[in-house]
Design a protein around this ligand. Structure first.
Ligand SMILES: C[S@@+](CC[C@H](N)C(=O)[O-])C[C@H]1O[C@@H](n2cnc3c(N)ncnc32)[C@H](O)[C@@H]1O
Length: 344
């Protein structure tokens, strides 16, 4: 590579960092020091507390690194895991059948979210920003938090042109976010990686405004067959880490959400045999060949519709593989709202 090309890359990186800094400046009121809860200032290439006892470096791409030195042991493990598999994880979501099935799960989530502007939102365990891609254009401002720098940096370019969307590195159980500033918080596929769920849900409760909503979509294993299968697969696959992969059980999840103060408004399962075969290309290697099947997109849509039909029978509901849920932080001033689809 010649000197001019190197200069070009250097200039681009500097411009990207400058763009990130501008966005961070506008989002400072949403951020907090995860160690002390103090507000933060931007100083050169770091975010610092007012008396400068805590400083959080920005990565070369401009990501604030809130969990570079202090994170829970679960988070440390997940950081190492997702930093290693980030490229594969993202590649496996690009097959036509995976995209098509994921779209049906997105529709299920969007039905629960409902229409309208979403105000200020956060996506926790955001990876490349899956929820931000889906609803970021309905948010006034949005922040994505994830422990893996590689996952975040894979998504960074998608939001370069979005002045309202900021990504930061942080631990979901020690969020670098201010109290009661978010209208909605999303987690898509992150809860099951966090063993200390009470700390996670308490943090989400803390950052939500009264009346704010917590939306989640996660693997669930209320059906004994899926529980057994997953226990085996999680141990065998190099793409999964069985010590930090624990799909949700309703009997365990709802009480923890309630214990931190949430009202659980929705808890509905989706995905059955179609999900099993057409998603999971990271584990089911044969599934990757489906992309060459003519009409695979249509077949996937039919499989997703079949799964929904099977799961609409009351006795089958617990056999779903993914739960879409919504929990609300009660607003004592405004009073209760009425339950919606799949209410518990
Ligand atoms: C299954 S991936 C889903 C990511 C995202 N929904 C996507 O598709 O890009 C789980 C994500 O959770 C993140 N994660 C796991 N434990 C975390 C923790 N304690 N704090 C923050 N992020 C965490 C991982 O780094 C990973 O990016």
């Amino acid at each position: 590579m010649d000197g001019a090309a190197l200069l070009d890359i250097g200039d681009r990186a500097a411009a990207e960092t400058k763009g990130q800094l501008r966005k961070l400046e506008a989002a400072l009121d949403l951020l907090r020091c995860p160690a002390t809860g103090q507000p933060l200032l931007i100083e050169q290439d770091a975010l610092v507390t007012p008396a400068r006892e805590h400083a959080y470096r920005l990565s070369a791409a401009g990501l604030p690194l809130f969990a570079e030195h202090a994170a829970s042991s679960d988070a440390e493990r997940q950081r190492a895991h997702y930093d290693r598999i980030a490229a594969n994880y993202i590649a496996h979501l690009q097959y036509p059948h995976t995209i098509e099935y994921a779209a049906s799960l997105d529709s299920a989530l969007l039905r629960v979210v409902g229409p309208g502007d979403l105000g200020t939102i956060a996506e926790i365990c955001c990876g490349r920003g899956e929820a931000l891609q889906l609803v970021g254009n309905r948010a006034e401002r949005a922040i994505g938090v994830d422990i893996s720098q590689n996952m975040l940096e894979a998504g960074l370019a998608d939001y370069e042109a979005a002045p309202n969307i900021v990504l930061v590195q942080g631990d979901a159980t020690r969020l670098p976010l201010a109290d009661a500033v978010f209208d909605s918080v999303f987690i898509l596929g992150g809860i099951h990686h966090v063993n200390y769920r009470c700390a996670l849900f308490s943090e989400i409760f803390r950052v939500l405004k009264p009346g704010g909503r917590f939306f989640f979509r996660e693997p669930c294993s209320d059906f004994v067959l899926w529980r057994a299968l997953r226990a085996i697969i999680y141990r065998l696959s190099s793409e999964l880490d069985h010590t930090t992969e624990r799909p949700l059980l309703e009997a365990e999840t709802v009480p923890v959400l309630q214990s931190v103060g949430f009202e659980v408004r929705n808890y509905r399962r989706h995905g059955f045999l179609g999900f099993c075969l057409l998603m999971n290309s990271d584990v089911l290697i044969f599934n990757r060949a489906f992309r060459f099947l003519p009409g695979i997109r249509r077949l996937t849509r039919l499989a997703a519709a079949f799964d929904e039909w099977v799961l609409h029978w009351p006795l089958m509901q617990r056999a779903g593989l993914q739960v879409v849920g919504c929990a609300v932080k009660p607003d004592v001033q405004r009073g209760d709202q009425s339950p919606t689809e799949g209410a518990v």
